[in-house]
Design a protein around this ligand. Sequence first.
Ligand SMILES: [Zn+2]
Length: 141
Amino acid sequence: MTCPLCSRGGGEVLWQDAFCRVVLADEADYPGFCRVILHAHVKEMTELDAAARTQLMDVVYAVELSLRELLQPDKINLASLGNVVPHLHWHVIPRFLDDAHFPDAVWAAPRRTGRQHTVDHLRENLATALRQRLSARPETE
Ligand SMILES: [Zn+2]
């Protein structure tokens, strides 16, 4: 079986370097839903050495900060499941009290018709914020 994250990008790429990429997920109820995807096919965080774990999480935190700045969510959810696609990726999900699933996980049954929270030019603003936050990384030089 081919891995969907090895054979395809996994979404619209907002930022990437030689190590990983940040994509905007195409989730109707969640316009700011991002994923941080390691380029290499690695299953578990503990298969990475300590420096690589930190490198990956620093990108996750840059996405979290950028989403907080742009969308002011009530909560950020960070999740790494990989049961269906065992290729390291982190979900970074801005959550709101009136979204479709709150306070449950976004994968649970919806509780209501959720309100979408977005801003004009979300994609461009996210890409710019990530470039600014991550531009000091040596991989991008
Ligand atoms: Zn893969």
